[in-house]
Design a protein around this ligand. Structure first.
Ligand SMILES: Cc1cn([C@H]2C[C@H](O)[C@@H](COP(=O)(O)OP(=O)(O)O[C@H]3O[C@H](C)C(=O)[C@H](O)[C@H]3O)O2)c(=O)[nH]c1=O
Length: 173
């Protein structure tokens, strides 16, 4: 596993270990020792996955303190455009976003620190996206900002989104 810095501190792009043989692929997405050696929070408390159709946007989600968390996002099948934005008002990179293609071919994952909103666009027919988070889900602390409110070009104008995501507030400028 190789952990790559990005221009957003606390957001890392991970090149995961994988093994290919005539049966297919084996991919490892988490190793506690490597995470701790690289000062990434390795104390994950929940893991879940979603299955999305093409042109679905899920996001931009985050949990507010004290239930904020680090999040590890990876793609089991398909392809997504994964987007993260800094929503920490006191941060020098507040409002700055970064995007990565995560897919079953590159087997990359994204480690997202606290204070960042996360979302993705499904680019393949379907995409199975896995998550691990370092806090428990808390409905009261689960919130977000609107997907088209921070100047990011998703390359799509009419995504399939939930009513909840459509009703999020815009990023405060
Ligand atoms: C996360 C979660 C959700 N829920 C409930 C809340 C909703 O009734 C339903 C679906 O949740 P939501 O619409 O938030 O799911 P997504 O839109 O796929 O959100 C996910 O995708 C975006 C991109 C993320 O970054 C979020 O961390 C992740 O939650 O499950 C639970 O009951 N427990 C949970 O842990």
């Amino acid at each position: 596993m190789k952990i790559n810095n990005t221009f957003l501190p606390e957001v890392y792009l991970l090149d995961n270990f994988f093994h290919k043989d005539d049966r297919g692929y084996f991919v490892k997405i988490f190793n506690k020792q490597i995470f701790k050696e690289n000062k990434l929070n390795a104390e994950f408390k929940e893991s879940f996955y979603s299955i999305s159709e093409k042109n679905v946007i899920r996001g931009m989600h985050f949990q507010t303190p004290p239930m904020d968390h680090e999040k590890l996002v990876y793609v089991i099948s398909g392809s997504i455009l994964d987007v993260v934005i800094d929503v920490r008002k006191s941060s020098p990179t507040y409002g700055k976003s970064i995007a990565f293609d995560l897919n079953e071919k590159n087997k990359r994952s994204l480690y997202i620190g606290r204070g960042f909103a996360h979302g993705f666009l499904t680019k393949s027919k379907t995409a199975i996206v896995g998550y691990m988070t370092t806090s428990l889900y808390s409905k009261e602390h689960d919130t977000g900002i609107k997907w088209d409110s921070f100047g990011f070009d998703w390359g799509i104008s009419d995504p399939i989104i939930s009513q909840r995501d459509a009703n999020f507030e815009n990023l405060e400028t």
